[in-house]
Design a protein around this ligand. Sequence first.
Ligand code: HEC
Ligand code: HEC
Ligand code: HEC
Ligand code: HEC
Length: 161
Amino acid sequence: MARSFMVLLSGVLFVTAFAARHPASVTLSATSPQTMADYVGADTCKDCHGEVFQAWSRTKHARALMKLQPADRIGGKCIGCHVTGPAEAILAEGDTPTHPNVQCESCHGPGKRHVDAARGGDASNARTAAIAETTCTRCHNETSPYYKPFYYQAMVGLVHR
Ligand code: HEC
Ligand code: HEC
Ligand code: HEC
Ligand code: HEC
């Protein structure tokens, strides 16, 4: 934690360089798969990844929807980055999301195939999506009205620890 904090502080010195590297806006749909049915939800991941689930539960991602007032949950201006699923399905669901908050599958991608493979006896048959800085910056970017500078190396270790 102390080390992460120091990295975070030193990162402030590079704010200009980082800002230049981040696109002004990133559309969710560019990387989103088609249907909500490909998503299983964090409670299903919990069956086999209990410790990770507990750690994630303590992060702000696990409560992100609570930051939106009821009026901001409809209309598509805000909800896309505060819940989990494909962009079009999120918009259609409005204020009654199937998978509220920033869950496992916001970063690891839709998990149904991975879960089916694991239950079939070999999880390595369907690995989850690779994670990179762009996994995060589709939400952590300047189109967020509360945007704070985002430092991937400093923050990536905090997602479930
Ligand atoms: C039925 C048990 C089971 C469920 C449910 C499950 N996993 Fe896994 N998961 C595994 C096993 C077993 C491995 C180890 C695979 C290997 O490396 O051989 C694994 C590995 C992983 C890994 C690391 C390597 C990889 O394959 O990507 C990630 C990330 C992961 N799971 C995420 C998830 C997420 C997210 C969910 C919910 C959508 C989930 N898992 C649900 C059993 C499960
Ligand atoms: C904000 C993004 C994010 C969220 C949300 C998230 N993860 Fe991860 N997860 C990561 C990153 C980054 C790694 C590091 C490995 C990598 O780079 O692929 C990782 C690694 C893992 C691994 C393999 C290594 C380990 O720590 O065991 C598993 C399993 C895993 N995550 C499961 C989950 C589950 C289950 C949830 C939900 C309860 C979840 N993750 C939520 C980003 C995320
Ligand atoms: C689906 C959108 C989304 C994705 C993808 C996402 N985040 Fe977030 N993240 C959020 C939201 C929304 C919040 C604010 C939650 C709150 O304040 O309640 C947040 C908050 C955080 C925080 C806490 C910041 C603070 O002020 O305490 C960290 C750290 C973080 N995210 C890191 C990451 C990392 C690292 C990744 C990629 C591996 C990632 N996030 C991916 C939406 C996302
Ligand atoms: C592009 C993705 C995105 C959109 C769109 C978005 N947010 Fe967020 N929101 C985030 C992220 C990421 C965070 C965490 C802070 C950060 O690093 O930007 C966050 C944090 C917040 C917070 C917590 C701020 C704090 O300091 O604790 C509130 C409140 C919030 N958002 C409300 C909204 C509202 C209202 C809208 C629509 C008008 C909205 N968000 C649209 C991604 C988004």
